[in-house]
Design a protein around this ligand. Structure first.
Ligand SMILES: [Zn+2]
Length: 217
């Protein structure tokens, strides 16, 4: 099974050691946890598969896009549009390779991806995130994080002689992750949470109504 090995920092064809299928109470779809061994470094890895309907009365185990253990740096990155997640992944790679200026540049590219996704009119990152603030896609705090990130990105992108420190690189990578997670993951999660609550309230009201005014046959 193909899985990303964090020790080898590459995708490997993990050797399956064992698997366990479980069924949730609420969710009827079975979930399979798969224990693997990396063929290169022999470390243990835990992945998963989900049973997905692929055709008429035909189900197939599909490998989950993320590792369960060791826990990936950001569990939610796979939920982001690829234009954004690719840059964040590159930023992480640069950080791990101690290329902190390159990390800052890649974090800036993730913001560019965010602006592109929302088709902001401004072609600069600064103008783009301002527009996102005005359109209420991000709030004031995230805007400030974005601004801090943008300034570090400019230091990293231009040959000014100023160095990006390890701490600064880590912080702006965390800011970039947080901004993207807020926009693409938590906002969606909150919307579906509210929708579920509304549907529940509607269902309860309907049931109450049926009890108070039973139909007469
Ligand atoms: Zn490995």
């Amino acid at each position: 099974m193909i899985i990303e090995c964090p020790y080898c920092e590459s995708k490997v064809d993990g050797k399956i050691i064992g698997e366990h299928v479980s069924y949730g109470d609420e969710d009827p779809h079975p979930f399979k946890a798969v224990l693997l061994e990396c063929p290169a470094c022999k470390e243990s890895l835990l992945g998963y598969q989900e049973l997905i309907q692929v055709g008429f009365e035909q189900d197939e185990w599909i490998t989950g896009s993320n590792r369960l253990w060791p826990k990936p740096t950001n569990n939610n990155r796979w939920l982001l549009p690829s234009i954004v997640s690719d840059s964040l992944q590159e930023a992480e790679k640069c950080y791990n390779a101690r290329a902190y200026s390159a990390c800052a540049v890649m974090c800036g590219r993730s913001l560019e991806g965010l602006c592109n996704h929302y088709q902001t009119k401004s072609k600069t990152i600064g103008g783009g995130i301002k527009e996102l603030l005005e359109r209420k896609i991000i709030d004031e705090r995230l805007f400030q994080w974005g601004e801090a990130l943008r300034k570090q990105r400019n230091l990293g992108a231009h040959a000014t002689g100023e160095k990006i420190t390890k701490e600064d690189a880590r912080d702006i990578l965390d800011f970039a992750d947080a901004i993207c997670e807020y926009v693409f993951v938590l906002s969606n999660k909150f919307d579906s949470f509210i929708k579920r609550q509304e549907e529940k309230a509607k269902k309860e009201a309907k049931e109450r109504n049926a009890e108070e005014y039973p139909e007469v046959f």
